[in-house]
Design a protein around this ligand. Structure first.
Ligand code: ADP
Ligand code: ZN
Length: 762
């Protein structure tokens, strides 16, 4: 029977972001979700597209959604992959995202498949094999390769044939070559002779995962058990959101793994999201050990082939657990029974590129699609999640203490002002230096956390006060001692290290602000014999360096590990007994209403790395503001008091979760046209909002401002923003919709983007 189908063309442009009808040629197998090649436009250029629906010919497609002007349908050219690359649930999800984030449908669809699949940039890997053509005849064949004196005439061929005889099975050519090097032509010759036959089958390229520590079989304690039971109940009920609040080292990962086991036992699949940063070989290795090839891993350090194959292993049902960063929420599963989001408070779950989706929101939608519960876990839940848990929207599960009643580490807060007054202007306080030295003596390990990479965070002239800024961005440049030059952390541009002030010409250049490089150097000066590893984006460049470095530290090849956020989370090193936070104020000073919350979270997480095994841990926090609540409550490991304190602050200032920010960011190289453009835009948008919300609803707009962004220039472009703060009421979604619709109708050269609840407001 003749079929037609509706296709969305793989071009990200608003003008073509709709369905086009095509004829399905006789005998072509096309399904909803198929990846196809179509003739497109007047020139009939070949384009890739995704089939959204297939119709039998007598059904007329919905005239609103297809191009009515196309009367004679063009036929599809061919189907690219034999199986539909999109599942029905993914197509439904893309439509939901289009509505919720006002993005292009094609942009949403692109998230669901590996980028390299488009344009066929990556193919399946076929493993070539050979086997004996006739095992019974192999002795005679071997003999035929000998000369009169009984020596092989072609030694390589002889060796290859003998290898296959010994093996007795089909062998991968790559394995044969491992036994008999450089035997390519010998193999071909044997095939020609008819002694060997060639074969081949698809293999899956898998990331190289090695567990750093052996999988321990543990017996769950009572809190863990009741958490797993509650999750299992929710799985039976096929709904619900649960928040697992467990202190660091309380065994949350064990709870996740047991819950996943139950999910698999019920014949369903599981998705587990973790922040990219904690997708360490350690975490992945643990899951790999527990679920072996049943898991697929998705993260940014995979090669294109690995990513494609891991995705296909899920799509083809070979992997039943997907572990990955934010984008793994789109894993092509069809029978999801549980979605877990570890470290749910992490900002990295919010996408910073179009479409700007929130992985938690997407996870929640997918969970409902499949009738699966969603499990959020953290030692420091976001205020919003905890607020929802206390108000009964989420079910709260608690792991109040560390496993085997190990104590939480003792946290000492050091006032660096007093250190300075006492004559110490070094990086380390007296206490921290002393503890570091004791740690070395006992043969234990320490981790030192500093939020900044590089050597000094800014360079300034003591004569005139000039600060060296990036030429293209509105921020100070960081001194990198290793490369002996200044670097901009936004655009990456570099400048030579100045010897005199670029402004006044005097030689009074001084370096301020401590970065990871300087901590590493200070450690080396203090403890010349100890080995220090430094982990930041400067030292972790390739896909394997992180694994190598963590492996070396786990094996005790270094005593100290210095690093940025990268070392703050997830790691479980039993021999680490000391954690030092070199400068706790760095994150507090960021002008953002969340900086107190973020600092508390970071300090709690970092502190949680200490004393996770038998030896008790110590934490030293160095700060200039020891009385700050973020520091005070982190010292006491008191999440709840912190929560009530911070919630009160948010309530007073009507900040989220009581309100919501929308930011529209504009940028242009020309500041004066930017200024006029943004002012006019702001005025019109305000009119549109007032009209939609009415006089009562207009009161929901608590703040409406148009001004330069806090960082006014980035990558040469000037940046202005409209910042809107909206009260959380029933009218909220119509306000957001008005903003999105307005933005879609007023695309201009200036327009950059709308961000709802932006993670970064700089
Ligand atoms: P969290 O993620 O809550 O910080 P982990 O899940 O990393 O904690 O667990 C910390 C350590 O405790 C791990 O080494 C883990 O193997 C171990 N562990 C977890 N549960 C138990 C248990 N019930 N008994 C003994 N050890 C456990
Ligand atoms: Zn720059």
């Amino acid at each position: 029977m003749e079929q037609t189908c509706e296709v969305i063309i793989d071009i990200a442009h608003a003008n073509v972001d709709r369905l086009y009808s095509y004829l399905v040629p006789e005998g072509m197998n096309v399904f909803a979700g198929s990846h196809v090649l179509v003739p497109f436009g007047n020139g009939n250029r070949q384009r890739e597209g995704f089939v959204i629906r297939v119709h039998d010919a007598q059904e007329t497609p919905d005239a609103n959604e297809t191009d009515a002007s196309i009367v004679v349908l063009k036929p599809l050219l061919r189907v690219i992959e034999p199986y539909p690359i999109l599942t029905p649930e993914q197509i439904d999800l893309a439509y939901w995202m289009q509505k919720s984030y006002f993005c292009l449908l094609v942009d949403a669809l692109r998230l669901m498949i590996p980028a390299q699949l488009r344009g066929s940039k990556v193919k399946e890997k076929i493993e070539r094999t050979v086997q004996l053509s006739d095992p019974e005849a192999v002795e005679a064949q071997l003999a035929s390769l000998l000369d009169k004196s009984g020596k092989p005439r072609a030694p390589k061929q002889y060796e290859v044939l003998e290898t296959l005889k010994t093996c007795g099975l089909e062998m991968a050519v790559s394995d044969v070559l491992a036994y008999v090097p450089d035997a390519q032509s010998a193999i071909s010759a044997l095939v020609k002779r008819g002694y060997l036959v060639e074969g081949g089958h698809v293999t899956f390229r898998r990331p190289n995962i090695s567990a750093l520590t052996a999988d321990k079989q543990v017996t769950l304690n009572d809190s863990q058990k009741s958490a797993v039971d509650a999750i299992a109940k929710a799985m039976e009920a096929k709904s619900g959101t649960l928040l697992l609040h467990g202190v660091t080292g309380s065994g949350k990962t064990e709870v996740y793994m047991h819950a996943i086991e139950r999910c698999l036992a019920a014949g369903r699949q599981a998705i587990m999201l973790v922040p990219e940063i904690s997708l360490t070989p350690q975490t992945v290795g643990l899951f790999q050990e527990r679920f072996s090839d049943g898991i697929a891993v998705l993260h940014s350090r995979l090669s294109a082939g690995e990513r494609f194959d891991e995705w296909r292993r899920i799509r083809l049902g070979k992997a039943r657990v997907a572990v990955g960063a934010r984008s793994a929420v789109f894993a092509p599963m069809q029978n999801v029974g549980l979605i877990i989001v570890d470290e749910e408070h992490e900002g990295s779950y919010q996408s910073e590129t179009v479409p700007r989706y929130g992985a938690l929101e997407v996870a929640s939608y997918r969970a409902k699609q499949f009738g699966a519960p969603m499990l959020l876990g953290s030692a420091t839940p976001s205020l919003l999640s905890y607020y929802r848990a206390l108000s009964g929207r989420y079910q709260l599960l608690e792991l109040p203490s560390r496993v085997q009643n190990r104590p939480l580490p003792v946290v000492e807060v050091i006032d660096m002002r007093q250190e300075f007054q006492a004559g110490n202007n070094g990086i380390f306080s007296g206490k921290l230096a002393q503890y570091l030295s004791e740690c070395l003596e006992k043969g234990q390990q320490a981790m030192l956390f500093i939020n900044r990479r590089g050597y000094s965070t800014f360079v300034s002239c003591r004569n005139c006060g000039h600060v060296v800024l990036c030429d293209d961005c509105d921020i100070s440049m960081t001194y990198h001692k290793g490369e002996n030059r200044l670097r901009c952390h936004f655009c990456g541009s570099v400048k030579p290290q100045p010897t005199v002030c670029p402004a006044c010409g005097k030689p009074f250049i001084k370096y301020f602000g401590v970065g990871t490089e300087q901590v590493e150097e200070a450690l080396h000066e203090l403890f010349p014999k100890a080995v220090t590893l430094r982990m930041d984006t400067d030292t972790i460049r390739t896909k394997d360096t992180m694994q190598q470095m963590l492996g070396a530290f786990a094996r005790g090849e270094a005593q100290f590990l210095v690093g940025t956020q990268m070392i703050a989370k997830g790691h479980d090193f039993p021999n680490v007994t000391l954690v030092g936070v070199v400068a706790a104020d760095a994150t507090l000073l960021i002008p953002d209403y969340r900086s107190t919350e973020r600092t508390f979270q970071l300090l709690t997480q970092v502190a949680g790395r200490a004393g996770r095994d038998e030896n008790p841990g110590k934490v030293v926090i160095q700060t200039y503001t020891p009385a700050h609540p973020a520091i005070r409550y982190a010292r006491e490991h008191d999440y709840k008091s912190f929560y009530f304190y911070e919630l009160e602050q948010r309530k007073k200032a009507i900040f989220p979760p009581f309100s919501l920010f929308v930011r529209i960011l504009f940028s242009s190289d020309d500041e004066s046209s930017l200024y006029t453009g943004v002012s006019a835009y702001a005025e019109q948008l305000k009119l549109a909002l007032d009209e939609r919300l009415g006089s009562e609803g207009a009161k929901d707009i608590l703040l409406y401002s148009a001004s330069p962004a806090p960082i006014k220039r980035k990558h040469r472009a000037y940046r202005y923003q409209i910042l809107i703060k909206l009260l959380r009421t029933a009218r909220l979604s119509s306000a957001i919709q008005t903003i999105y619709t307005f933005a879609a109708d007023h695309r201009s050269e200036l327009f950059a983007m709308v961000e709802v609840n932006p993670q970064d407001m700089l």
